[in-house]
Ligand binder design. Structure first.
Ligand SMILES: *Cc1c(COP(=O)(O)O)cnc(C)c1O
Length: 430
């Protein structure tokens, strides 16, 4: 459920007509709905009520500080995967004791920043990382709270680029070495072992891989306790899928929550969950304007002013995104079948193929749905395009939460080396 719908013939975000935002901000732009973010957070957290559970929003899905603060106000924690995300979470007002630090390549500086901020825990993904974290903690005369992320060798069934829990993925400590790694962690004076962590992938549309992985982890906890470790926290990662296209919807958060309660509830651990996409995905859209409608030899192309640099998911993951005109088509509006493409010089710059749509003409606004997660965070300025702005709506208000960063600003960041500074002189010397 989200709050982007037609009202009086025009698509609105909550109570704000999108055409009005387009007028004020220009296109393309991202637009997020506060009510939807809040609703998704509540739907996800409801099944865990009464349990000792910390919901840590995976900041990599959407790292705008206004979005993070919206969730912080509801009590969310944060799962961060870089020093930059740690800074954003802190600036947004997430209390450090609700921040967990994941990722396979933490640097010494990032570890020190996390320790200085007194975050809740580090999710450590290898023995070498464990040893470095030990050194950094000792150097700061403290200990670092640690879970080890284990790789349960379970196939999540999602797209290969977002599957993380198989033994041939780069993530986590191999299952066969888990107890040994814990033994080493237990011996390191700068490391305080607090729990176990697992995250098997993203956009899972089936509960079974979660169940298989969580069962394995609960068994591991027994073994680790028998080995003498104090395992009090169970971090189950994120990964629950969202509906992108018509058809069978992914499991409801209630069913996911019931499954987690059943399997993990008896572990005697406090729980940590790291949803990203589920919270932000359908709480955001990308709004774009039609530049041209071009008739190709065998197909029609709707050329938008948004491109793969603004929303990478279709090019990167072959992702489906719903597309609708901002002006509601009348009951007998004519339709067309077209490819929706952007202006970037890559064939991969395609948002949709053979998509049936109400007939569009240049100047029309369109909404690309389900773009709130892994959208703006992955945007770039490829083809020297401005960095896409972000807007947050709340009721009948909207606010630009990141302005468009124009090409002038970007050119200003480039520097001329001294040997290129005076073109006329160097020509003369040749
Ligand atoms: C990406 C990621 C998440 C969030 O995944 P979603 O599919 O967006 O829920 C959670 N935890 C870790 C460690 C991640 O890398």
């Amino acid at each position: 459920m989200h709050h982007f719908a037609y009202r009086d013939g025009e698509m609105a975000a909550e109570d704000v007509p999108l055409a009005q935002v387009a007028e004020a901000v220009g296109t393309p732009f991202y637009c997020y709905s506060t009510a939807t973010l809040e609703r998704h957070y509540r739907v996800f957290s409801a099944p865990f009520e009464g349990l000792d559970a910390l919901i840590c929003f995976a900041v990599k899905a959407n790292s705008n500080v206004a979005v993070i603060r919206t969730l912080a106000r509801l009590g969310a924690g944060a799962d961060v995967v870089s020093g930059g995300e740690l800074d954003r979470a802190l600036v947004a007002g997430i209390p450090p004791e609700r921040i967990v630090f994941s990722g396979i390549g933490k640097t010494a500086g990032e570890m020190a920043a996390g320790i200085r901020a007194s975050i809740h825990q580090f999710n450590v993904e290898s023995e070498p990382e464990l040893r470095l974290l030990n050194d950094i903690a000792l150097g700061l005369k403290t200990t670092a709270p640690v879970t080890l992320r284990v790789n349960p060798d379970v196939d999540s069934g999602s797209h290969a680029k977002i599957t993380t829990g198989r033994s041939d993925n780069k993530f986590g400590i191999p299952w066969s070495r888990a107890r040994e790694a814990y033994r080493e962690a237990g011996r390191l004076p700068g490391i305080e072992v607090v729990g176990v962590d697992v995250h098997i992938g993203s956009q899972l549309t089936d509960l079974e891989p979660f169940e298989a992985a969580f069962h394995r982890v609960v068994e591991l906890i027994e073994a680790l306790r028998a080995d003498g470790h104090a395992i009090d926290r169970l971090d189950l990662g994120g990964g629950l899928g969202i509906p992108y296209e018509p058809g069978t919807p992914p499991p409801h958060p209630d069913d996911y929550g019931a499954m987690v309660r059943r399997i993990a509830g008896e572990s005697g651990c406090s729980l940590i969950l790291e949803p990203g996409r589920l919270i932000a995905g359908n709480a955001g859209i990308l709004v774009s304007r039609v530049l041209y409608v071009k008739e190709g030899e065998s197909r029609s192309f709707v050329i938008l002013d948004a491109a793969m640099n603004d929303l990478l998911r279709p090019a990167m993951y072959e992702a489906y995104h719903g597309i609708q005109p901002v002006r509601e088509p009348g009951p007998d509006a004519s339709t067309m079948v077209a490819d929706f493409v952007g202006p970037v010089c890559e064939s991969a710059d395609t948002f949709a193929r053979d998509r049936e749509t109400a007939a569009l003409v240049p100047g029309d606004l369109v909404v690309i749905h389900s773009a709130g997660a892994y959208g703006a965070v992955m945007a770039s300025t490829y083809n020297s395009r401005p960095l896409v702005p972000e807007v947050l709506v709340k009721g009948d208000r909207f606010s630009v939460i990141r302005p468009r960063i124009g090409t002038d600003d970007l050119i200003d960041l480039d520097r001329m080396p001294d040997w290129l500074e005076n073109e006329g002189e160097s020509r003369a010397a040749e």
